[in-house]
Design a protein around this ligand. Structure first.
Ligand code: LLP
Length: 445
C-alpha cells in the first residue's frame, strides 16, 4: 500500500493512492464509490494502517527483548470490530468506563487483558468489572481503593491493581489534554504515594501490581517522559526501601503525537519505544532495581492516521472580499476537536483531485447551529461546487468516540476498508435511533 509516485503532494499520506483512472483511493478503495455506497458524512478506517501501527509497537518492544505489554487506549476509538483487530494483534485494552468494558466483552475480548481506568469509577462499574474478571483495576485515589477492596471482599476475590501516579511533569500540548502536571484531577500525586502504599499493602483483597503515569496527549517533544521515568523509578526505589516490595509493572501511559498537518513531524513509534526502554533500563540500573515489565497505552498513535472523514459540500457562501465558506453535511457533531482544542486539519476535494481548476482559499464550515462550528480555516482547494466530496485526514482518534447528536444529527456510519474490500463496522444512526430513548412522563396523556 505504498504511495504511488504520481500522487499529488497534498495526499502523500499513508494509505492513499490514485488508481489507473486517476481516482483517489484509501487502502485501495475508491473514495467516491464509498461515499455513493455509504452516504456522507462517513468515517473510513484502514484496517491495514491500524494493524501496521499495532505491529510497530509490538515489534519495537520485541526487538528490545524485554517483558512488555501494549495496551490500546479504547477512548480513542472503540467499537466491536476494533476489539476484534486488537485481539488478533495480541494487544491489551485500556477501558475507562462500563460502556467501553461492555463493548470489549461483547466483542469477545479477553477480560484478563483489560485494564480498567477512570478517575471516578462507580460502584456499578467496579462490580461489573470484578464480576467479569477484568485483569487489572487502575487505582486513582484512596476512596477508590477502599471501594474496590470492599466490593472484592463481597465477591470473595482478590484484585490486581496498578496505582495511577501524577508525576508533576508539564508537557507542551494543549492544556486540555495535559494530565501529568501537579494540578490535575487525575491520579495520586507522587509525593503522597509512599504513605499511601502502606494502606494498599494492608488490604486483604488487593494485590499491588505496579505503577502508572500518563503525561498527556499529542506530544511531540518526548523530554517530559525522560523526566517522568526518572521520578517514577525513584519512587519504585523508595517503595522497595520503605515496604520491601518490588514493583512488577511500570505503565508509561500513551500520548505520542500524530500527523494532522503535512508539516507535523511526530517521532516514530519505534523511536518512542526505544527512548522509553532506554530510559527505564538506565534508571533501573542506577537505582539497583529489577527491570519491571513495561506497559504502554497508545490510543491516538494507533488509530488517528488510519481514519478519514468524507463530507459532501452543500451550501457555499461567499462574502466578497471577506471569506468563502464551503458548508459540509457534518461538522462539530462528528468532529468536536476544532471547537474544543482549536485543532487544525487538512483536506482534499476527492472528486477534483486531478483537476486543473484554479485554486482558492476557503473555510470549511459545519452545519451545526454555532458560529464556532468551523472545521478548517483557510484551506487551499480547487474551485468547489455543491455536491463535491471532501476528505479530511487524520480523523481516526477522538472523533467517532467524541461525536454527539447535537442538533439531533445522526452519528455517521463507520466503514472499514482493506485492500479494496469495504464493509460497515457501525451503521449510520437513523431518525428512529435519535428518539429511541425519549419517553413521556406518565401524566402526559
Ligand atoms: N492512557 C490514559 C490514562 C489516558 O488518559 C489516555 C488519553 C491515553 C492512555 C491515550 O493517550 P493517546 O495515546 O491517545 O494520546 N480528546 C483529546 C485527547 C484526550 C486524551 C485522553 N487520555 C483529543 O481529541 O485530543
Amino acid at each position: 500500500m505504498n504511495n504511488q509516485n504520481n500522487i499529488t503532494p497534498q495526499i502523500n499520506r499513508e494509505g492513499f493512492s490514485l488508481n489507473k483512472s486517476g481516482n483517489l483511493e484509501f487502502d485501495r478503495c475508491e473514495l467516491v464509490k464509498l461515499a455513493q455506497k455509504y452516504g456522507t458524512p462517513c468515517y473510513i478506517f484502514s484496517e491495514n494502517i491500524i494493524r501496521r501501527k499495532c505491529r510497530q509497537y509490538t515489534s519495537a518492544f520485541t526487538k528490545r527483548n524485554i517483558d512488555f505489554e501494549v495496551i490500546y487506549a479504547g477512548k480513542a476509538f472503540l467499537v466491536k470490530a476494533m476489539c476484534h483487530i486488537l485481539k488478533e494483534e495480541g494487544l491489551g485494552l485500556d477501558v475507562s468506563s462500563g460502556g467501553e468494558l461492555y463493548t470489549a466483552l461483547s466483542a469477545g475480548f479477553p477480560p484478563d487483558k483489560i485494564f480498567f481506568h477512570g478517575n471516578n469509577k462507580s460502584k456499578v462499574e467496579i462490580e461489573f468489572a470484578l464480576k467479569e474478571k477484568v485483569g487489572t483495576m487502575m487505582v486513582e485515589s484512596e476512596y477508590e481503593l477502599d471501594l474496590i477492596d470492599q466490593i472484592a471482599e463481597s465477591l470473595n476475590t482478590k484484585v490486581r491493581i496498578i496505582l495511577r501516579v501524577t508525576p508533576g511533569i508539564d508537557t507542551h500540548t494543549h492544556k486540555y489534554i495535559q494530565t501529568g502536571q501537579v494540578d490535575s484531577k487525575f491520579g495520586i500525586n507522587i509525593d503522597q504515594v509512599p504513605s499511601f502504599m502502606k494502606k494498599v499493602l494492608s488490604k486483604e483483597h488487593i494485590s499491588y501490581n505496579g505503577l502508572h503515569f500518563h503525561l498527556g496527549s499529542q506530544i511531540f517533544d518526548l523530554s517530559p517522559y525522560v523526566l517522568a521515568i526518572k521520578e517514577m523509578v525513584k519512587l519504585i526505589r523508595k517503595i522497595k526501601d520503605l515496604e520491601g516490595v518490588d514493583t512488577l509493572n511500570l505503565n508509561l501511559g500513551g500520548g505520542l503525537g500524530v500527523k494532522y498537518l503535512e508539516s507535523d513531524l511526530p517521532p516514530s513509534i519505534e523511536n518512542f519505544v526505544n527512548l522509553m526502554v532506554d530510559n527505564v533500563e538506565n534508571e533501573v540500573g542506577k537505582n539497583n532495581l529489577m527491570m519491571p515489565k513495561i506497559l504502554m497505552e497508545p490510543g491516538r498513535s494507533i488509530v488517528a492516521e488510519a481514519g478519514i472523514t468524507l463530507y459532501t459540500i452543500g451550501n457555499i457562501k461567499e462574502i466578497p472580499g471577506v471569506r468563502k465558506y464551503l458548508i459540509m453535511d457534518g461538522g462539530m457533531a462528528d468532529n468536536p476537536r476544532p471547537i474544543l482544542y482549536e485543532a487544525k486539519y487538512e483536506a482534499v476535494l476527492v472528486n477534483k483531485i486531478n483537476s486543473n481548476l484554479p485554486e482558492e482559499v476557503v473555510t470549511i464550515a459545519g452545519k451545526c447551529c454555532e458560529s464556532g462550528d468551523i472545521l478548517i480555516k483557510d484551506l487551499k482547494l480547487p474551485s468547489a461546487s455543491p455536491g463535491d466530496l471532501l476528505a479530511v485526514f487524520t480523523t481516526g482518534a477522538y472523533h467517532y468516540s467524541m461525536s454527539s447528536n447535537y442538533n439531533r444529527l445522526s452519528r455517521p456510519a463507520v466503514v472499514l476498508v482493506n485492500q479494496g474490500k469495504d464493509d460497515l463496522i457501525v451503521k449510520r444512526e437513523t431518525y428512529a435511533d435519535i428518539v429511541r430513548n425519549d419517553t413521556k412522563p406518565e401524566w402526559f396523556k
